[in-house]
Design a protein around this ligand. Structure first.
Ligand code: ZN
Ligand code: ZN
Length: 421
């Protein structure tokens, strides 16, 4: 039997890659204009980093990590997300110490042992954006604005930001007690995970995806009315900024993150494409994380976005990256060395040139050029070579022109680059 890829590990085939590339290139361009730099983190980290940085009692750490001992018995884990690794790297290299916000992003594969399904793989890809060292509401609003702008630029429709505030170590404990009283009174209605987590971390129960749990959580007290004055001011400013930047947002009091190191702003991007509202990205402020992984206190905010799902949504909308060769060279009667040389010269000049060394009839080569979506075809048969001029055909307008071979590189380059296509 021939070998196959591991379940949940998927090849991204050449036909799919242009859409991925478009998403990634769009992200890099927009991140640049918002002042973000790339920080590339390793695939493997010590298991302890994720156990502390994601939380021991989360589904990710309890059930979904690819963890194994290396040859010396050290416990290692394939990164299931990027934030913990980024924070580890920032602390390790002292990148946060400048007094300026450190704004970084990362694009790459993550690994979780989940049940594979449509749009969800065991090796999946995330775009991760983090701003460290700035506690201000402006930074939260900016990172949300950036996310919305990115999704809209890609062509995603009906993008709405759900936002909420989770309070802070001043106001949250009182709220948690009140929440716990509500949950304990309905204890038997919750799933076993929720029952177990309830006491240590009642907010996690509001996060649970089990339908019975989320139905019960519906009636639970919300933190919104219980924010301390500082948190209230912070959250009001986030909203005022979003409104000023023209970001579509709504306050969703049910939007929570269960871990204690999250504070204040939390958010999720929803798209109305494909009917129901779908969450495509989420994030929030995590001022307490750096200390949990052994560093100093670093206020931080960020978001993560699953690329599989985004690419799937864009593909379902019929979005394709329009990547078309500049030129197809149809060499008739076998490619003479002079044609071979010309093709390499054109490529070295920066043009995307396709050809078919196997040759074939003009008809079959034109068919191939068409399939590739080539914008132009240069026909070079024995007749053309004899008169030292190729016949250039524009595949969109069907216009034909002659191109003198001794000046072909200059002529084609200015012709092709000159019309901006
Ligand atoms: Zn507070
Ligand atoms: Zn539950």
């Amino acid at each position: 039997m021939s070998l196959q890829a591991i379940r949940g590990f998927k090849d991204i085939l050449p036909a799919e890659a242009p859409l991925w590339r478009r998403v990634e290139e769009t992200a890099r361009g927009i991140l640049r204009s918002f002042g973000y730099e790339e920080l590339r983190i390793p695939v493997l980290e010590r298991t302890e980093l994720f156990a502390r940085g994601i939380g021991e009692d989360t589904d990710i750490v309890e059930k979904e990590m690819y963890t194994f001992p290396d040859r010396k018995g050290q416990n290692l884990t394939l990164r299931p997300e990027a934030t913990a690794g980024i924070v580890r790297s920032v602390i390790e290299h002292g990148l946060h110490g400048s007094g300026q916000a450190l704004k970084v992003y990362f694009i790459g594969p993550m690994f979780r042992y989940e049940r594979p399904q449509k749009g969800r793989q065991r090796q999946f890809h995330q775009l991760d954006v983090e701003a460290l060292g700035d506690p201000s509401a402006h930074m939260d609003a900016e990172i949300i604005t950036l996310l919305g702008h990115f999704l809209k630029t890609l062509g995603l429709g009906g993008v709405t930001m759900n936002v909420n505030s989770l309070g802070c170590p001043v106001c949250r404990p009182t709220y948690k007690e009140e929440l716990l009283r509500y949950l304990e009174a309905r204890r038997d209605g919750f799933c076993s995970d929720c029952q177990r987590r309830m006491v240590n971390n009642p907010l996690r129960v509001l996060d649970c995806k089990v339908p019975e749990c989320s139905a019960l959580a519906e009636g639970a007290p919300k933190i919104g009315g219980r924010l301390c004055p500082d948190c209230r001011t912070h959250f009001d400013l986030v909203q005022a900024d979003l409104a000023a930047a023209g970001v579509d947002y709504m306050v969703n009091p049910k939007l929570v993150r269960g871990l204690d190191y999250y504070s204040r702003t939390t958010f999720e991007a929803l798209t109305g494409d494909l009917g129901a509202q779908n969450a495509v990205a989420g994030g929030g402020r995590y001022d307490g994380l750096a200390q949990i992984v052994g560093g100093p206190s670093i206020p931080a905010t960020g978001w993560a976005l699953g690329l599989e799902r985004l690419v799937m949504l864009l593909a379902a909308k019929g979005e394709h990256a329009a990547e078309r060769p500049d030129l197809f060279v149809a060499a008739l009667g076998g490619a003479a060395p002079v044609v071979f040389g010309l093709i390499q010269d054109l490529r070295r000049a920066g043009l995307w040139v396709e050809t078919d060394w196997a040759g074939g009839s003009l008809k079959s080569q034109l068919r191939r050029a068409d399939r590739l979506g080539a914008r132009r075809v240069l026909v070079l048969g024995p007749d053309e070579l004899a008169r030292s001029a190729g016949m250039l055909k524009d595949m969109d307008t069907k216009e034909q022109t002659d191109v003198a071979l001794d000046r072909a590189v200059d002529l084609l380059f200015s012709h092709i680059k000159g019309d901006g296509r």
